[in-house]
Design a protein around this ligand. Structure first.
Ligand SMILES: [Zn+2]
Ligand SMILES: [Zn+2]
Length: 78
């Protein structure tokens, strides 16, 4: 599943985490200033890392899916 990463710094107290969102809007060019995400029409990822194909079942402890985006992915398409 193609996803756009949000880096969440742990500020030295906890390990940095990556939250994966479902991309929305414009196609990723690998050189974007901004990534729109499916869980918000107003917020997005500024200066994002490139989109990546990630498994739905993430195994790394420091990576997880955005719950809202994951729900959108799981929702049956009409
Ligand atoms: Zn999201
Ligand atoms: Zn991009």
């Amino acid at each position: 599943m193609l996803a756009t990463p949000e880096r969440v710094p742990g500020h030295g107290r906890t390990p940095d985490q990556t939250i994966w969102h479902k991309p929305a809007g414009l196609r990723c060019t690998d050189d974007c200033d901004f990534h729109a995400i499916a869980c918000s029409s107003t917020e997005g990822i500024v200066a994002p890392a490139p989109n990546r194909d990630v498994p739905l079942n993430l195994e790394a402890a420091d990576e997880k899916w955005c719950q809202e985006c994951r729900a959108l992915i799981d929702a049956p398409t009409p």
